[in-house]
Design a protein around this ligand. Structure first.
Ligand code: BYC
Length: 331
């Protein structure tokens, strides 16, 4: 391609971004835009799949049939989110098998939050309330991301995430209306998950290496710190209504700013978890690898079935066109 033709394509791409229109899979896009999308969407997909583990551990120990049915459905939804996102990523020319290979080789990331343990049933409620709550803050703006398939996947994911958030809140509210031991269990869980939930939004803006570029391309619509602030402002009144204390002595309303002030998360802890040194990184990856190996026979059987069906469809369509030609010849 000539430099002039490439410049014309780039100008067309930039004009689409400037109009806030969507870029679609068959549109021309700069390689760096494609790479950024693959990185973010794959990381997001992996997070949904690895994110099934911490809550999944409690399916067999749910305290009632109702709680078990709710949790089972929720964890199953996360699998569905992973699949929508892998499909969106495949429209960029990379297969789900390649992406899984990159995750298992430690070359792609997943969200830091899933490297913390779930120690009590209250954690199921806290993950719904805080983790899904943070996910909603982060993901609602992604419904307007500049890449069409990602934005459309996010619309459906966000609808389901808001149910997840409400089921977590409802579980915690039920426990808070229960015994002193149940209330203590909720508070202990919130104490453990508060800071890691704030870290889900990523490093502070000044240290966010990808934000400026991703925002200029409309991949991200808000900065990490903006979304973190939105999450704190949204969550404080919910904590009051629940009757739990958020474990931050610096948390208070600032009239001048019209927002809550809050303390600084431990950024070294976030860096360590992202590096692979969090409390459960090794366990999560071990489990994911084992699940992948255990599923090999299912992938093999599904591929054999798909190629047999494709073969049957091809011979059926060859037969149909032979019949049509014979009929045309007879006429
Ligand atoms: N954890 O330049 P930055 C869910 C990495 S699943 C791990 O700010 P960016 C759910 C970052 O990737 C929710 N890594 O990056 C599922 C970058 O490294 P690379 C998952 C993190 O991309 C089941 C480096 O640090 N949500 O809701 O501009 C059950 C510098 O960061 C993290 C998504 O994936 C982290 N927390 O912004 C329940 C949302 N933070 O890639 C719930 C989509 C940063 O350059 N993703 N890093 O090697 C995003 O919105 C953005 O990618 C992020 C990071 C805000 C996460």
């Amino acid at each position: 391609m000539t430099a002039e033709a490439e410049e014309r394509l780039l100008a067309g791409f930039e004009a689409t971004i400037a109009r806030n229109d969507r870029i679609e899979p068959r549109d021309w896009m700069p390689d760096a835009y494609r790479r950024t999308l693959v990185r973010q969407i794959a990381q997001h997909a992996h997070s949904e799949i690895i994110g099934m583990q911490p809550e999944g551990e409690w399916i067999g120990r749910a305290p009632s049939l109702r709680r078990k049915a709710i949790l089972l459905a929720k964890v199953q939804d996360e699998a569905g989110h992973g699949l929508y996102l892998y499909s969106a990523c495949e429209t960029l020319g990379v297969s789900r098998a390649e992406l899984t290979g990159l995750l298992l080789a430690g070359r792609q990331k997943y969200s830091s939050i899933f490297n913390y343990p779930t120690l009590s049933y209250a954690d199921v409620g806290t993950i719904g309330w805080l983790v899904d709550g943070a996910a909603i803050c982060n993901q609602v703006p992604l419904c307007r991301t500049s890449y069409g398939p990602y934005g459309r996947a996010m619309i459906r994911i966000c609808k389901e995430e808001s149910f997840h958030q409400r089921q977590g809140y409802e579980l915690l509210m039920t426990m808070m209306r229960g015994t002193d031991a149940q209330r203590a269990m909720v508070q202990e869980s919130v104490d453990r998950f508060w800071w890691p939930s704030l870290m889900m939004f990523g490093p502070p803006d000044a240290e966010s290496t990808n934000s400026a570029r991703s925002m200029a391309w409309g991949v991200k619509r808000n900065s990490n710190d903006e979304l973190r602030q939105r999450f704190v402002d949204m969550t404080v009144p919910q904590a009051d209504a629940l009757g739990v204390t958020l474990p931050d002595p610096d948390l208070r309303w600032n009239d001048e700013r019209g927002h809550h002030d809050f303390g600084e998360p431990d950024w070294e802890e976030l860096a360590a978890v992202i590096r692979g040194d969090g409390p459960c990184n090794a366990q999560r990856m071990r489990h994911r690898r084992a699940a992948h190996e255990d599923g090999a026979w299912v992938r093999e059987a599904a591929s054999a079935f798909a190629s047999r069906s494709a073969g049957a469809a091809a011979s059926h369509s060859a037969e149909a066109s032979a019949t049509l030609s014979a009929e045309a010849g007879a006429r």
